[in-house]
Ligand binder design. Structure first.
Ligand SMILES: Cc1ncc(COP(=O)(O)O)c(C=O)c1O
Length: 361
């Protein structure tokens, strides 16, 4: 078996031990005589799996008791509509910080449902920084404020939690969830597609404060009503059973590493190794402002589109896969989520040095 270092932005690497355990349990989970893939989601054995996954995520993120954890489908993109359908129910106003493509899509979707404003954006510099806001940036009667905490495409991450006062803060954490500790109580709602740091694609996790439930619009599809999902323990219909099972294995993996403090240290070490190299030379440029740098998605360019192409292609041949930047921005992007080992980043930097040496003008 020849495993590569996979720098894909998502779906992305899963921890080896998780894959091994899933493989070992593939044909027969515990003494059930069947694979998790084949199980009724209503069976006691599966109920234990989903309950344990939720309990472990609560432990890992230190989620307060007045928050519900929902295991849903439809990807983070479905939440772009679910959030306004559930929360845009007082003044009908919501404020968005547009710091990249996904928050732009969330903003556009929400505009279908009410008076939705973009109150801050970094579009002027191709989303290479995180906009600064104060409490005054937001309309005092807004129903919620929406941010994308880590911008997967541009490689930026909020280095602060916006102060929204009493206005619930909603965060898309698809590409940074469980990468470091976060104070859940500062948010009204957190959502994340699981396919980067938690599980295979197909699962979306929503963490929502209880007082925000129960005000969903009548016209909303029942499947998007958080209250219905919460009352049914994410089992209103068939949940993404297998992805939840793998997420549960991943949560245990992080807990065994020592939890999110330890995970953060490992992620900081990986990111620092790569950024320190980028800052020490002038062949590659890192376009993101230093205090907005993401620990999960590291973007860089050579300044020559043909050379960037050559880089991604040669890196791929060297077992460093999926380094091509997002199609809308070009350049390179190394996604170094939780499951990327430190050795993978060292291998990448070694390759970068060699490539720079061979291609210097
Ligand atoms: C930050 C962020 N939000 C939303 C999405 C869209 O997620 P999904 O494909 O699960 O709908 C992505 C996907 O890469 C993302 O990185």
């Amino acid at each position: 078996m020849n495993r590569v270092y996979n720098f894909s932005a998502g779906p992305s690497m899963l921890p080896m031990t998780v894959l091994e355990q899933a493989a070992a349990e593939m044909m027969c989970y515990k003494d059930s005589g069947m694979s998790v893939m084949e199980m009724s989601h209503r069976s006691p054995v599966y109920e234990d799996i989903i309950k344990e996954a939720e309990a472990d995520l609560r432990k890992l993120m230190n989620i307060p008791d007045n928050y519900k954890v929902l295991f849903l489908q439809g990807g983070a993109s479905t939440q772009f509509a679910a959030v306004p359908l559930n929360l845009l129910n007082g003044s009908g106003k919501a404020d968005y910080i547009v710091s990249g493509q996904f928050s732009g899509k969330a903003f556009k979707e929400a505009k279908k449902y009410g008076d939705v404003a973009c109150v801050a954006t970094s579009e002027d510099k191709n989303f290479s920084y995180i906009p600064r806001t104060t409490r005054d940036s937001f309309r005092p009667d807004a129903d919620y404020v929406h941010i994308c905490f880590n911008n997967t495409i541009y490689g930026t991450k909020f280095d602060y939690i916006p102060d929204t006062g009493d206005i619930p803060l909603v965060a898309d954490m698809s590409s940074c969830i469980i990468s470091e500790p976060v104070d859940v109580s500062r948010f009204g709602l957190i959502y994340a597609g699981a396919q980067k740091n938690m599980a295979p694609a197909g699962l979306t996790v929503v963490i929502v404060r209880e007082d925000l439930l129960g005000k969903c619009r009548d016209i909303a599809p029942t499947m998007l009503d958080y209250k219905v999902m919460a009352e049914n323990d994410s089992m209103y219909n068939t949940p993404p059973c297998y992805a939840i099972y793998v997420a549960g294995l991943v949560y245990k993996w992080v807990l065994e590493l020592g939890g999110l403090e330890e995970m953060k240290k490992l992620n900081e070490k990986k990111a620092a190794y790569l950024y320190d190299y980028l800052d020490s030379q002038d062949f590659y440029k890192a376009p993101v402002e230093k205090n907005s740098r993401s620990m999960m998605n590291v973007t860089f360019v050579t300044g020559d589109a043909e050379l960037d192409k050559k880089f991604a292609s040669e890196a791929g041949k060297a077992g460093l896969k999926n380094l091509k930047g997002h199609r809308s921005v070009g350049g390179m992007r190394a996604s170094i989520y939780n499951a990327m080992p430190y050795e993978g980043v060292v291998a990448l930097v070694d390759f970068m040095k060699k490539f720079a040496e061979e291609n210097k003008k």
